[in-house]
Design a protein around this ligand. Sequence first.
Ligand code: PLP
Length: 466
Amino acid sequence: MRQHGLEGVHVKTIIEPFRIKTTEPLKITTREERVAALEQAHHNVFLLDAEDCCIDLLTDSGTGAMSARQWAAMMMGDESYAGSRSWKRFEAAVREITGFDHILPTHQGRAAESILSETILSAGHVVPNNSHFDTTRANVEYRGAVALDLPCREAFDTQTPAPFKGNMDVEALEAAIAEHGADSIPFAMVTVTNNTGGGQPVSMANMRAVKEVLSRHGIPLVIDACRFAENAYFIREREEGFRDRSLLSIAQEMFSLADGATMSCKKDGLANIGGFLACRDDGWAERFKNLLILREGFPTYGGLAGRDLEAIAVGLKEALEVDYQVYRHATVEYMVQRLHALGVPMVMPAGGHAVFLDAARMLPQIPPLSYPGISVVNALYVAGGIRAVELGSVMFGHRDAEGREQPAPLELVRLAFPRRVYTQSHFDYAIEVIEEVWGDRGGLPGYRITHEPQFLRHFSCHFEPI
Ligand SMILES: Cc1ncc(COP(=O)(O)O)c(C=O)c1O
């Protein structure tokens, strides 16, 4: 794997390519305080007060720090209802990167998914994707359509490194089209990077191959573009022929293969809110606009303030700066390499936005339905105030026909990295906390659920240690 470091600098230390102008205090709590807070939160970290979390790695979505340029742009926000200057700047930035004719702002990614699904899908339709993110899946299924995940084979092996584990299985795509028929597939999606599959990237070659198959059958391709800039950086680093290309030109090539895109600007828009839906087809755009006006707002603001549009217009470009991506990827890689050296089992190689601990391998003594992921998450909180999230049998488990609980295929714990928020010493601290939990692994308890809501139980269920 390529040695990371800022371009043209021949020292080993990775530095954040920014200095800090505004600070936000972290509350340093005692172990006793954290034990009490977790108990009060019924052992579910989603129910903690955020200020009681010293290092909050729950998600990378909407949690980033904005730059001085973004804050300055926000002061230029034009809050006119229709045709504002801020809209023009937003549209120009998105058009330059994506090349799409029709660009519709939305308040976040799932609103774009909802408009796409509600206008195009109906019962009996099938949507292939490398892996659907959970909101995308929910929007597809809400229409009575089938959300079909077709990840490449390497995606199932958490231990073996491969450069593009986010790829779609192109043969499986061909087979799905043969099985369901092109008429049942109004569009297919590729999610970059593949969040559900560990933040792993998709290669340009894979996207071209997917596009070729879909074109032969007249099926449009929609990119779920949340982490398009991180994916462009992976392509530049790992794929033959892209090393000298700008991230902007790589992103432009990715989007040139697509007929549309959904985007959550809370990720690679480097903003705290926002998204968009974009496409080439005039007919699709007309249908999207009608629903957008009903659900989000007039097509030149789409549920966002002018100042949000300004922040996104700047943020999308900053996400494509190489120094920023070098630093971001180096941070994830640094944590993975340090933890790997300590023997902590993880999804390998490092993804673009998070470290995924393998809780099943960390705590083999705890069976899946005693939730080893929750055990690791809670231990990280008690040991050092770190908030992570379980991606295992609590989040993805299901009930069989007899109503018996069935475990998820993997028991992972995700530590997601907010953009430009934490420094290397925060990550050094996190590594020490994980090391402590790893050392204590033999004594960690399993958990049982004592209260469970009907939907999305992971957000609000209550646990107790066994
Ligand atoms: C791959 C992917 N798609 C879609 C979404 C939904 O975006 P939002 O949270 O802005 O609705 C997310 C959010 O995490 C995501 O990671």
